[in-house]
Design a protein around this ligand. Structure first.
Ligand SMILES: Nc1ncnc2c1ncn2[C@@H]1O[C@H](COP(=O)(O)OP(=O)(O)O)[C@@H](O)[C@H]1O
Ligand SMILES: Cc1ncc(COP(=O)(O)OP(=O)(O)O)c(N)n1
Length: 275
């Protein structure tokens, strides 16, 4: 019996990201989220991290030209409806990604400027920050920094919701269409506010702050869920609304793993997730 003939091809999203051997964050979190959102996920691997729930003990970069070749291989055959970036590791890889983005159609382009793991291990070289600002942000549909990344990129120390708005204005000046300043690290805030800005208007996404320990991969899950809607033609505010709701439910469904910090989980979205 032949099966699958004539089945519709799902929307396709590319993640340009590092591998997390523990499966909690990075491209593993992206693929898991995209699958749960009904999207075919594709990968351009930038680095292989040696990582578990306790942290990152090292990583090896993929040569920049191989990163660009992965992007072009999937763009020219399969087609890319939307793209997100995660760990990019070096200025050379950022330059290669910017070049590839100019050569092929990557659709709406979401830049999650991953700089360090939640345990503090550096995942982006110091000299790559300028490449992020000048080469990637001007090409981005949306940039989604957490508050540590905001400080590294702009020098702004965010201590309040008002500071989140100031940071969004400073980040928008680097040339992206939209900026989403995530508030998960505003530890004194009883709720989690994410602030979206397009250069003229602010849109606020307020959610609960769950008292959970297992939040590994929350930023990846949010950005991937946003891409799963941008690829279907939704506007950025619509896609962020979906992404915020998706990540809140995934934080609520997080689970312990190993001896350290476990991952947030998109499994809540799948029918019969218990198997
Ligand atoms: N404890 C939490 N409860 C609910 N939502 C959270 C929690 N921590 C983070 N979030 C949400 O998860 C997303 C990622 O947040 P954040 O922690 O700021 O970035 P990152 O994961 O990149 O460090 C945001 O939408 C944020 O509001
Ligand atoms: C390969 C890789 N990519 C990204 C991260 C960052 O994950 P985490 O520290 O959990 O932060 P968010 O996903 O919440 O932004 C990583 N550790 N490894």
């Amino acid at each position: 019996m032949r099966v699958g003939v004539g089945a519709a091809t799902p929307p396709r999203v590319l993640t340009i990201a590092g591998s997390d051997s523990g499966g909690g964050a990075g491209l593993q979190a992206d693929l898991r989220t995209l699958f749960a959102c009904g999207v075919h996920g594709m990968t351009a691997v930038t680095a292989v991290t040696v990582q578990n729930s306790l942290g990152v003990s090292g990583f090896t970069e993929i040569p920049a030209e191989v990163v660009a070749a992965q992007i072009e291989a999937v763009a020219t055959d399969i087609g890319i409806g939307a793209t997100k970036t995660g760990m990019l590791a070096s200025a050379a890889i950022i330059e290669a990604v910017a070049g590839a983005v100019d050569r092929v159609d990557v659709g709406p382009f979401v830049v999650d400027p991953v700089a360090a793991s939640m345990h503090g291990h550096q995942l982006l070289a110091d000299d790559a920050l300028e490449a992020l600002r000048t080469l990637l942000f001007p090409r981005a549909t949306l940039v989604t920094p957490n508050l540590d990344e905001v400080r590294l990129i702009t020098g702004i120390e965010v201590r309040s919701r008002a500071d989140q708005r100031k940071a969004a204005e400073a980040l928008h000046a680097y040339g992206s269409e939209w900026v989403l300043v995530k508030g998960g690290h505003l530890w004194d805030d009883p709720e989690c506010l994410d602030v979206l800005f397009d250069g003229s208007e602010f849109v606020e996404f307020l959610g609960p702050r769950y008292d959970v320990e297992n939040t590994h991969g929350s930023g990846d899950t949010l950005a991937s869920a946003i891409c799963s809607r941008l690829v279907r033609g939704e506007s950025v505010p619509e896609a962020v609304r979906f992404g915020k709701d998706f990540v809140v439910r995934s934080v609520a469904a997080s689970y312990p793993l190993g001896g350290g910090v476990g991952p947030v989980s998109p499994l809540w979205r799948l029918p019969d997730a218990e198997g």
